[in-house]
Every structure is written in structure tokens, then in C-alpha cells.
Design a protein around this ligand. Structure first.
Ligand SMILES: Nc1ncnc2c1ncn2[C@@H]1O[C@H](COP(=O)(O)OP(=O)(O)O)[C@@H](O)[C@H]1O
Ligand SMILES: [Mg+2]
Length: 215
């Protein structure tokens, strides 16, 4: 995987020689130093980024064979992503951000959907902040809203990039326990980047990256 800076004068190999199988319904933690390629790998696995070489296959489908529309539909129907930088929409309230994936998927935001959003917000300790916009929330609260948004559709594939990076230890434990139960009880395939050993200990297995490779 080559990433191109600016006009392409400088190239950096963000990923190389990765061969990784993620079991359905498993909970995998990805660890590694800053800059080792963890976020790039997650983006490739989720169909948010295209590797310059190699393939990503999900449930028999080669993501590289999908055009932009098909890839968008694939992500909408199967993928939840908690971005390292949250990526909440600034003009929407927390509640509107959380239900957005349902809306984009063509679902009506009815009472059960609102109730589910509220339950998730409650679980994550941000139920009292639902009417606020992201700019009115702390980093930790934004992270919790981003986690609720990724969970609302109960996606087959859930990617979380340092999801506990801004959370206190009690909320971290709640989030990690929920991710583990998502895999065990709902059969969701969960992939989480973390640099905390305590967090990685919740996963079934740990993959360590170094310089774009699996160490
Ligand atoms: N958009 C980008 N353009 C060019 N290089 C990038 C870009 N994003 C990340 N990189 C580079 O790719 C490498 C891996 O980055 P990243 O996947 O963000 O690592 P990590 O998440 O492990 O900190 C780093 O050398 C980083 O500087
Ligand atoms: Mg990263």
C-alpha cells in the first residue's frame, strides 16, 4: 500500500506484505506504534481506502472489484466505523449523528429507532447530551457519540480506531465489554486499534504492527 503525499513527489509505504485473516464473529485488537499503519489498514479493511496492491476480501467479495456506488452500499449495509478523529457532522445534534447511518440506509427514524439510539447513548453515558452539537461536547463525549453511531445498525463488521483513547477507565471498560459482547453474542466481527494493553486484553487475539507490517 503506497500513500502519496502532495503531488506524489514523496511516497511512503504505509502497508506492506500484510496477510491477515479475520474470523467472522471474532474480536481482534491491532496494536503498534504511532505511524505503523494501523489506521491505514483499518481503512483498507473497511473499504474506505483502496490499497495500491493486494486484495481485501469480505465474505467472498473482493472489495477492489466494486465500483464506488457498490462500495458505498457495501459499507452502508455491513460496516460500522469509529474514526480516530470521530468525524461527527458539526451541524447535526448528537442524536441526529447517531441515527444518521439508519437514515442513509433508507430507514425511517421511528420511535423504535429513537429508542435504540437513546439506549446506546445511555449505555455510553451521553444520554443527557443528545440535543447538543459536537462543538458543545467534550472529546470523550464526541467519542461516545461516534461509538453509538457505529453501533446503531448492528453492522456485520465493526471497526473502531482507538475507541477508548479519550475515555475515563469506567467508560472504557463499558465500551470494551460491549464490543466483546457484540462479537460473542451478536456474531459481529470486531476490529479495534488500541495502544493500551488493558484494552487489547478484551480481544480474542492481538495483531501487532511495525513499519506497515504485521510483527
Ligand atoms: N493521507 C496520507 N497521505 C500520506 N501518508 C499518510 C497518510 N495517512 C497516513 N500516512 C502515513 O502512513 C503511515 C501510516 O499511518 P497510519 O496508518 O495513520 O498509522 P497509525 O494509525 O498506526 O498511527 C505513516 O507513515 C503516515 O505518516
Ligand atoms: Mg491511527
Amino acid at each position: 500500500m503506497t500513500k502519496i503525499y502532495g503531488r506524489g513527489e514523496t511516497r511512503v509505504h504505509a502497508l506492506r506484505g500484510i496477510d491477515l485473516d479475520l474470523p467472522r464473529g471474532g474480536f481482534t485488537a491491532i496494536m503498534g506504534a504511532s505511524g505503523s499503519g494501523k489506521s491505514t489498514l483499518m481503512h483498507c479493511l473497511a473499504g474506505l481506502d483502496q490499497p495500491s496492491g493486494g486484495t481485501v476480501t469480505v465474505a467472498g467479495t473482493d472489495l477492489g472489484s466494486l465500483d464506488d456506488d457498490a462500495l458505498t452500499i457495501f459499507r452502508r449495509e455491513h460496516v460500522g466505523f469509529v474514526f480516530q478523529s470521530f468525524n461527527l457532522l458539526p451541524m447535526l445534534t448528537a442524536a441526529e449523528n447517531i441515527v444518521l447511518p439508519l437514515e442513509l440506509g433508507g430507514h425511517r427514524i421511528d420511535d423504535p429507532a429513537r429508542e435504540r439510539a437513546h439506549l446506546l447513548a445511555d449505555l455510553l453515558g451521553v444520554a443527557g447530551r443528545l440535543a447538543h452539537r459536537p462543538a458543545e461536547l467534550s472529546g470523550g463525549q464526541q467519542q461516545r457519540v461516534a461509538i453509538a453511531r457505529a453501533l446503531i445498525t448492528q453492522p456485520d463488521l465493526l471497526f473502531a480506531d482507538e475507541p477508548t483513547g479519550n475515555l475515563d477507565s469506567a467508560t472504557s471498560a463499558e465500551v470494551l465489554d460491549h464490543l466483546r459482547r457484540s462479537a460473542r453474542e451478536l456474531g459481529q466481527t470486531v476490529v479495534m486499534v488500541t495502544h493500551e494493553r488493558d484494552a487489547a486484553a478484551y480481544a480474542d487475539h492481538v495483531v501487532t504492527m511495525r513499519d506497515g507490517r504485521i510483527a
